[in-house]
Design a protein around this ligand. Structure first.
Ligand code: SF4
Ligand code: SF4
Length: 220
């Protein structure tokens, strides 16, 4: 078998230096220590939480809120779409039928049992994207640490938005019109705006701080 032609430079040690040689000269040391010393004498910025409370960014994903229509009826229709969308299996919903005598939401169904397990929730927001009525939104409240596991399963009563002025606690008849559709017009949702301040506590006594995200708003 004939020898292959020699390739110039092949089989010879690579004479070129490595791409990144550690800098060992005095200038390098000076630059490195200079940065260290400059940092040492900078003013330290420490947030004194929990003594000082700092607001989050406006669209921070904090604890959830179950919102109400302007007359106080609940927006949740018990459809369970939020629970199906949740990747952490953190939501449990049981729907029930409204009756003429006992109405909690416009339309046929309402969320009778609603729980969010904050031991599981990763605050991804997929549940609020799935909600067809904009019942479920997230506030920017982040103070959710507790010293026991049981209380981190929030119930419907804890998650319900507080009654704002002009709202009436359900059950009660539909006040915004004869039809369920009357609850999904821009006009009927106008009193509650994006970023409106939440009241200090809901009926279960759980404080809701900060401003609501998309409270009272609906798709389109
Ligand atoms: S924010 Fe994410 S993890 Fe938490 S309940 Fe919603 S979908 Fe589940
Ligand atoms: S919060 Fe929204 S998605 Fe979840 S059950 Fe109620 S209406 Fe359906």
């Amino acid at each position: 078998m004939a020898d292959l032609p020699a390739v110039p430079g092949n089989n010879t040690p690579d004479a070129s230096p490595p791409m990144h040689q550690p800098t060992t000269n005095a200038l390098g040391f000076a630059k490195g220590f200079g940065l260290t010393f400059a940092t040492m004498f900078k003013k330290v910025y420490t947030e004194q939480y929990p003594f000082d409370f700092y607001p989050t960014k406006a669209r921070y994903h904090g604890r959830h809120v179950l919102n109400r229509h302007p007359d106080g009826l609940e927006k949740c229709v018990g459809c369970e779409l939020c629970a199906w969308a949740c990747p952490a299996d953190a939501i449990y919903v049981e729907g029930a039928d409204n009756t003429a005598e006992e109405r909690y939401s416009p339309g046929e169904r309402y969320g009778a049992i609603y729980q969010i397990n904050y031991l599981r929730c990763i605050f991804c927001g997929l549940c609020i994207e799935a909600c067809p009525t904009r019942s479920l939104t997230m506030s920017n409240e982040y103070e959710l640490a507790l010293d026991n596991r049981e209380e981190l399963i929030y119930t419907k009563e804890q998650l319900m938005a507080p009654l704002l002025p002009g709202m009436e606690a359900p059950p009660h008849p539909m006040r915004l019109g004869d039809s369920e559709k009357d609850y999904y017009t821009v006009e009927s949702q106008a009193p509650l705006q994006q970023g409106a301040a939440q009241s200090t506590a809901n009926v279960a006594g759980k404080p809701i701080t900060g401003h609501a995200i998309e409270v009272g708003r609906h798709h389109g």
